[in-house]
Design a protein around this ligand. Sequence first.
Ligand code: NOJ
Ligand code: NOJ
Length: 500
Amino acid sequence: MKHRVCHFVVSVICFATAVCTASAPPYISALNSWIDVENNVARNRLLSNISPAGASAGAVAAATSRSNPDYWYHWVRDAGIALCEVSIWLNATSTTDDNPATADMLNKKLKEYAEFSRYLQITSSSSAYGLGTAKYQMDGSPFTGPWCMPQQDGPAMRAVSLIGYVRYLLANGKDVSIYYDSKQPTTSIVKTDLDYIAVNWDADNNNCDIWEEVRGTHFYTYMIRRRALIEGAQLATLLGDSAAANWYSLQSEYISQNMSAAFWDAKLGHIRTTANQTGGLDYKISNLDTQVLLAALHSGLDDGFYTVESDRMLMTVVRLVSAFKPLYGINGVSFATVNSAIMPVSLALGRYPEDKYDGYNSSGPGNPWSLVTSGMAEYHYRLVDTWNRREAITVTSAVAGFLKQLTDEYSIHFRNQYIVDTTYNSSSAIFIEILYNVMVVGDMYMARVAFHTDSGGQMYEEWNLDTGFGQGAVNLTWSYGAHTSAARHREAARCIVYSC
Ligand code: NOJ
Ligand code: NOJ
């Protein structure tokens, strides 16, 4: 059964500089309040997975689940993603009315995480994979069982999370030399990771992807290392280490050049997740993967390089949506009740179409993932925000393909016809309508997440593809971080489209 998303653009109010605002769909207040409550739950649960009882201070549990599956480990990637959120919250305490105790608590979590990270840098020397060791016991010793390693995104994600923290410390006049000094070799935490990335980014073409299954060189892994080096160069400049700044910058440019040639596949019409696969799974033939979308969210720097609004990213996203649609029974549903209101829901998305990991083992069919579907909501909100800041949208054929999918897949009707190769500025009716419709669809992804989240706000890694119930690791830190990040970006987009 196909439902129609009605048109709620009743009145449009324009201000001189801001985008014109439209009235929100009727279900919006129910969704708003679900998000407010969930944001709180997610933030608290994420924080309680940092330095949890029974672990060393600063260790971050990927999930509290200790068996079936056992996620009671500090994965460097998952921890970095979570602490990026925490550092954003901490930096925001200076502009919000958060009470000082909140800032102290967030500061303590980051400080413990930083000290634990330094300890891992030291203990990693006892692992065959060095800083490429993907996961550690909760006491800081490297995991020594069989595992797809090394993984090279970890040190970069850790550096990015701690650079965010260092910005806070600098803004508050604190000494940051344990995080960054200009020595070589260095013992400072951030510089240790930056030097490692700058030396090694091109050395290891046989590392494992973020899903820990495929060997080769990976889009996501390049993107996060590029971000770390660019932000690392800015920090080095700020701290007077200009030689290192130049070196990091130069390496980041090489990464960009290398990526431009390696990952875009014009014939397939999407970004390949892995270039030159050297090992691992043999059934991942489409090379289409939502980790590419996550790379735009985690590593996009507003410089047009594989950012959310870039043509290549948009084309990849369109292909992902089409690929996941037929895979999950729950995708047959297009309306759901959230907070007692009936609202349109999006498709649910997973890691990649051929996935067999079901949260427990790999004999499965794979399931849709909470963090990926939250990520897709965030993608839409960031599009709204980016186009709004540009004050114009150029409807390339990639943009048109993306908008057409909103119509084909989600019955979004455009009253104003957009024309390919035309630029619409922020005062045009088409511009306003595009932002509105992208916002509506972003909220459909949010509503999908809401629909499959427990009434207490508890999130899992996955949702069963047929029943929609939580499956795999319960209280996955990353699922919470993906939600808080999406909710924050939604706030910006909501204020643009509906005014606030
Ligand atoms: C656990 C990994 O974390 C997951 O990503 C993978 O799919 C399975 N192992 C199977 O290799
Ligand atoms: C499996 C995911 O594939 C991987 O990316 C993650 O690090 C672990 N689960 C822990 O959450």
